[in-house]
Write a protein that binds this ligand. Structure first.
Ligand code: GSH
Length: 203
């Protein structure tokens, strides 16, 4: 098994943190998207959509999409549980994972990809107005999560889950998009301090 990775990109980091939380060791092959290494013939044969991460199993099966990779690892290595215990909890974790992916990570990514000159190589066309609009969407999501986190320790409930991993990677990526987390979101900052001090955050 091996993970096609990019050291600087948020989605591969989501998988690396998930792997670290599971206590697994999976070899990585670094693909530098800024050098367009994901557009080679060899990598396109592995993922025709030319995106990382991809987990390749020993039989050659290639699993793209961060959440699909995490689902595979959750089922093959159930402890510790990162995607919910039991039917209702699993549905809740999936709901929150999708909430933070769609309303926080994607706006951060759109903001960076449409505004940063270096990202022009990946985002064609860049639409600056869409980038700016997504800055506000990301900040709205941070304020909404701040209200939610007043009621619980982690995004989906009392336990650390994949939803926290997605949100952590979004917040750290937001720095590159110059999205400043507002001072007043104290519950969000408390959560960020907790999750970013876990050993897995260094993955
Ligand atoms: N929905 C995919 C998104 C993967 C993705 O966008 N990966 C980025 C790196 S974070 C990438 O490979 N970008 C290359 C490109 O856009 O050309 C997932 O969750 O894994």
């Amino acid at each position: 098994m091996k993970l096609y990775n990019d050291r600087n990109a948020p989605n591969p980091r989501r998988v690396r943190i998930f792997i670290a939380e599971k206590g697994l060791q999976i070899p990585t092959i670094d693909i530098d998207v800024m050098k367009e290494e994901h557009r080679t013939e060899a990598f396109t044969a592995i993922n025709p959509l030319q995106k990382v991460p991809v987990l390749q199993l020993d039989d050659g099966t290639a699993i793209a999409e961060t959440v699909a990779i995490c689902r595979y690892l959750e089922e093959t290595h159930p402890d510790p549980v990162l995607m919910g215990k039991g039917t209702i909890d699993r549905a809740k974790v999936e709901m929150w994972q999708r909430h933070v992916e769609f309303h926080l990570l994607y706006p951060v990514a759109h903001c960076l990809r449409h505004l940063h000159p270096r990202l022009a190589v990946l985002e064609k066309p860049q639409v600056a107005e869409w980038g700016e609009a997504n800055r506000d969407k990301a900040l709205d999501a941070v304020r909404w999560l701040d209200r939610e986190l007043a009621t619980r320790a982690f995004i989906a409930g009392d336990d650390f889950t994949i939803a926290d991993i997605t949100a952590l990677c979004a917040v750290d990526f937001a720095r590159f998009a110059r999205i400043d987390i507002p001072e007043e979101v104290t519950q969000f900052k408390r959560w960020y301090t907790d999750v970013s001090s876990r050993a897995s955050a260094a993955a």
